[in-house]
Design a protein around this ligand. Sequence first.
Ligand code: GUN
Length: 293
Amino acid sequence: MTAKLILGKEVSEEIYGELRQKIEALKAKGVTPGLAVVLVGDDPASQVYVRKKGEMCEELGMKSLTVKMPEETTQEELLSKVAELNADPSIHGFLVQLPLPGHIDEEAVINAIDPSKDVDCFHPSNVGRMLIGDPDFLPATPAGVQQMLVRSGVETAGKHVVVVGRSNIVGKPMAAMMVQKGPGADSTVTVVHSRTPNLAEITSTADILIVAIGKPRFVTADMVKEGAVVIDVGTNRISDPTHPKGSRLVGDVDFEEVSKKASYITPVPGGVGPMTICMLMANAVRAAEKVVG
Ligand code: GUN
């Protein structure tokens, strides 16, 4: 079998089309959805992500605010910026880009964000609401994966979904979402991780394998069932002297071999990547819609 590709660019374009209509409808009611992104320090990867988020906001005709704070920012200063954004009626949603410098307590910052503006869905109250099946927001990357499955016509009900990885940003919320009742979910879910002894045995039973373990080409063809749907959330930069930059991006899945066995697969780059910003924008629009009522 040669796998069909699920491309984040295509799926996200479809969603952006829907978001543009929602933004127009909000503007007709006098509301321009506003998203703020706070960046502390000058981590190069974070700078790229933050710039892309701002650009996408503007492309969609939303209000975009990028708040850059120096590496030496104190926790108190950052918490005071969070309080200011919580109180700003023109900002419907915001996020503080992670990771934060070591001297700042990330948990304290996330806890200080007004849950109704928490477009990352990292606040414990939003994580809890997602878990009980009453979400306001869904976390962007797992929500993007779910949209890729739904919009590619992949049946999830009653299927065995194996999630590889247990991070708070992807693995845990992904598992929580797929086990819910409803479309794009209703799955039987197993989570495996670095301490699972018989990991390959379990991944080989997956109808849908979602991999977010952060190890380049960790999942090899022998770990995948013939005809499985394989979603690769990993982005790892590996050195490659044959490449002009001396390095290139690979996922957590051995794409070349696994794509011969899977029915559907997401490439890296071009797979899940574009979905994260798209679903963040969807959350910002949703935050504005809630205010309008
Ligand atoms: N750093 C890497 N991914 C994310 C994300 O989705 N949200 C935030 N706030 N920081 C990140």
